[in-house]
Write a protein that binds this ligand. Structure first.
Ligand SMILES: [Zn+2]
Length: 420
């Protein structure tokens, strides 16, 4: 089981250097399984079937079971397609000291040090003069080189201090070599003169690896939050839906606050749900009645207890990697879970034979957040926040348990397959 999970997850990460690629990779896998791609500008079919729609770096997919009617509730699994890192600036090329470097903006909250001395690739959406666009990705071409210890004698004693503007340029070769745009155009087999604009990001080029003495761990870039996208995708394919309309929502821009047209704070999910409901012949009352019986499970990674920093967690609530997904709870509603949501997750976990554990922050540590409270506020749906516990969150390379990824997938499958 671990081998297949690892293979599928590693392949999703490899195909997804950016959120645009992630949405396209999910769509490609769904289409291969018989899902029909819909476009927002077209009329949509209303019959039983399996469908997906991509909006930039976001993707929503769903299945309409044979017996679905105007009041069949939704079962929504929500996650995000983006990860913290570096977004390449306009006028990206700097030539200095014999080197050609790429200038990039910090995107979200990456651990900057973790990006040093890695083989980096570049993923981009290119918008072309002819009105089309292209997703391209390079192989390993760049690196943010750390300063040698000989030139930074106190670094080990005093800690690494990085200026996010000065110290994060990625070397792309020698001064006389091709610039960023030429490199991207060449990777896509496109004439660089036909490229009008780009959305481009740096990404770790190293493939995911299986680690641990028993191969029980996965180390990879973008586990936050491609593990949840992977688990939701697998669940949507494996589920036997009857009493609910299963929906997978992969939002962009979670790492920068979600308030965009493709983020969880935007209208994308509501737009899609409204169209599905209208296709089933629902009036406004049907819609609200179905909403009152719907659930969202928002899945995003959380913090496992770290062996070197065990004091960073609450003394009594201690999520351990490998012991199942975590139920995220926060008094300030940074997570949307309440007792009803926790009970739903525990019931589904028991049904799927998966372990479950709780997470709550230590009172002296600020709590993160995710898409769950945002979609709950927008749509008014009952919501539970969960995820798998990982180490090194927001590092260029994070660490997770493969058993936890599988448990998440199995519980989401049970969620999609439940009676109501
Ligand atoms: Zn996340």
């Amino acid at each position: 089981m671990h081998a297949q999970t690892f293979h599928e997850l590693a392949s999703l990460v490899a195909d997804s250097p950016t959120s645009y690629h992630a949405a396209a990779a999910v769509l490609e896998r769904l289409e291969a399984a018989g899902f029909e791609r819909l476009r927002e500008e077209d009329a949509w079919p209303v019959r039983q079937g399996a469908y997906a729609v991509v909006r930039d770096g976001a993707v929503i997919a769903w299945r309409i079971p044979a017996r679905a009617d105007a009041r069949t509730p939704f079962g929504i699994a929500a996650a995000h397609t983006d990860s913290p890192g570096f977004r390449i600036k306009p006028e990206p090329d700097t030539a200095r000291s014999g080197w050609r470097s790429v200038n990039a903006e910090v995107y979200g909250g990456p651990l900057l040090n973790s990006w040093l001395d890695r083989d980096l690739r570049i993923g981009a959406r290119l918008v072309l003069e002819d009105g089309g666009s292209a997703l391209v990705r390079t192989g390993p071409v760049a690196r943010i080189p750390q300063l040698a210890v000989h030139l930074d004698r106190r670094v080990n004693a005093e800690g690494l201090k990085l200026d996010p503007q000065q110290h994060t340029r990625a070397v792309l070769g020698f001064e006389d070599g091709p610039g960023l745009l030429e490199t991207l155009a060449e990777a896509g087999g496109i004439d660089p003169r036909g490229v009008l604009a780009f959305d481009a990001f740096l990404a770790d080029a190293q493939p995911a690896a299986r680690l641990g003495a028993r191969g029980e761990l996965v180390a990879s870039g973008r586990l936050d939050n491609l593990v949840s996208i992977h688990a939701g995708l697998r669940a949507l394919l494996d589920a036997q839906p009857e009493g609910v309309i299963p929906v997978l929502a992969g939002f962009d821009h979670e790492e920068v606050g979600s308030n965009t047209r493709t983020g969880a704070g935007g209208p994308f999910l509501e737009d899609v749900l409204t169209r599905i409901r209208a296709g089933l012949g629902a009036d406004a009352a049907d819609e609200r009645r179905a909403a009152a019986r719907s659930w969202t499970i928002s899945s995003d990674v959380g913090h496992a207890v770290h062996p070197n920093y065990p004091e960073r967690h609450d003394e009594d609530v201690r999520p351990i990697a490998g012991r199942g997904p975590i139920i995220k709870i926060n008094a300030d509603q940074r997570y949307a879970t309440d007792a009803a949501g926790e009970a739903l997750w525990r019931r589904l976990s028991a049904e799927a034979g998966a372990p479950a554990q709780a997470f709550v922050s230590k009172n002296t540590m600020p709590c993160g957040s995710t898409v769950g409270p945002i979609t709950a506020t927008r749509l008014g749906l009952r919501t539970v926040d969960v995820g798998i516990p990982i180490l090194s969150m927001h590092s260029a390379r994070e660490l997770a348990s493969l058993a936890d990824v599988e448990s998440l997938q199995h519980v989401l499958t049970a969620f999609y397959s439940r009676a109501q």
